[in-house]
Ligand binder design. Sequence first.
Ligand code: SF4
Length: 250
Amino acid sequence: MHAVLEQLFSELKAKGRLPLKAEELDNVKRRAAKLLDSEFALLTEAGGVVHPALVNAVRDQMRADLDELLEREAAGADGFVPDQFEPEFKNLSFEFAPGRSLTFRGYMDRLDVATQPKRVRVIDYKGGKYVWEDEDEFRGGRSVQLAIYVLAAAAAYPKHEVTESRYYYSTAYGRFRVKRVEGTDAARNTLRQVLTALDDTVAAGTFAPVADDCGFCDYQAICGPHREHRAARKKGDPRLAAFYRMREIK
Ligand code: SF4
């Protein structure tokens, strides 16, 4: 999906056909379907398709998702125009506390710009299930990617205001929902708070089990059984106070 969207929007931009117009939708959908077929052909050639009979249903669903995404693009005229696709950022330095900085690198799926006033926003496509509570942004320090994208967009467009970076769950499965972090000082300050808490915890060498979100952890076998019990015993350790405060951040 990402590869199709990158190629499609790059072509549309090169031809001066952005923002997407309703009267061009049919042509654009056809082109998207072709690109999707090409991606599946490449995957099949490379042996990445386990059983050819399974492909059609998946491809049909992806095609329907692409169609709906394009319809929403054409209908959602809000002054922003897709401008860059899969841009890389590197050596993105962020001083999260006096004299303490981290450097980030990565890719953004898409950057949209608007004029009058000059604004930019980041879009990151997601294919999975929408899992956010309404008030969530940083999820106790687990989710910092959107805030880092705000920094990356500001570096890429220094004369623009960064309005937001957003996860766009661009499938029927994700119900085309959006989770956004606004490009405000508040978001930057929260990112500082998260990074400071993490850095302090690491610097203090307090690698106690916290055991409040182990489902996605690759180290469960190393951590072993009874981790919840060990975590409960460690919770009062003053060296972990900043970490637990970070866990309260929405
Ligand atoms: S399994 Fe252990 S290391 Fe992994 S998240 Fe849980 S407590 Fe932390």
